[in-house]
Design a protein around this ligand. Structure first.
Ligand code: FPP
Length: 234
């Protein structure tokens, strides 16, 4: 935290489907509206001085949705990341992905790798897209990574502690300070379980396609009102 601005914000972007259904639209139109909203709101959040923004774009469980919806979302990721690579570069935003690569298609993996590579030297903020992500899977994968490093003699057991553990997660990011979930659901849904250990949680009934700059300011104001002096809340 710096001047009341959280260092790391994480968002569970929920409610695209409901937003669309309420307006007589297809669920997929809600996802498209969510993508358009994300572009604006993410830029606003990073411009406010937040250094790391993590968003839940697709959970490991989301593969259980209809073939049409999963196909639409995968296609949207490919098209959006192709289209927005220059947007990220122009705004000096470094893009990272968190999640399992299996069973993402080669097409999706290729554009993910490209946007990561094209933005690797950007220094104006980190946009961490959690795609095919599940927090329990992340903890399991991290444990395996640590076991492999130990087996190879590259780390000592004493190197592992609650602070250094972050370094071995999918991406080496600081703890989440503020976690937001839209659409009225009051659950964590297997999102960033390790990193949100001491996060302030903010829930709003607003569906993600309507989560605009003003809505983020409300979340920020709420966050700033809380007593978050590190060490006292812990
Ligand atoms: C949850 O709402 C949302 C998702 C599963 C997808 C989120 C994706 C986006 C916002 C687009 C992001 C785009 C890029 C390029 C990263 P839901 O469909 O579960 O809503 P519901 O609970 O109302 O059904």
């Amino acid at each position: 935290m710096n001047n009341g601005i959280p260092t790391h914000v994480a968002i569970i972007m929920d409610g695209n489907g409901r937003w669309a259904t309420r307006q007589g639209k297809k669920r997929t139109e809600g996802h498209y509206a969510g993508y358009k909203r994300l572009k604006k709101t993410a830029l606003y959040i990073l411009d406010k001085g937040v250094k790391y923004l993590s968003v839940f774009a697709f959970s490991t469980e989301n593969f259980a949705r209809s073939k049409e919806e999963v196909g639409y979302l995968m296609d949207l990721f490919v098209k959006a990341f192709h289209k927005e690579t220059s947007f990220f570069v122009d705004h000096n935003i470094k893009v990272l992905f968190s999640g399992r690569r299996e069973p993402l298609s080669d097409e999706v993996l290729k554009i993910m790798d490209k946007v990561v590579s094209d933005t690797k030297d950007c220094t104006g903020g980190v946009f961490n897209v959690c795609l095919n992500y599940g927090a329990q899977a992340e903890i399991v994968d991290t444990t395996k990574k640590i076991a492999e490093l130990y087996k190879a003699g590259r780390i000592e057991l004493d190197d592992i502690n609650t602070d250094s553990y972050y370094h071995y997660l999918y991406n080496d990011l600081p703890p989440v300070d503020l976690m937001i979930r839209t659409s009225g659901e009051i659950r964590i849904s297997n999102f960033m379980l390790y990193s949100i250990s001491y996060a302030e949680l903010y829930f709003t009934s607003t569906c993600f396609p309507d989560f605009d700059e003003k809505e983020f300011d409300k979340a920020l104001e709420d966050y700033q009102k809380r007593n978050i002096t590190k060490g006292t809340v812990k």
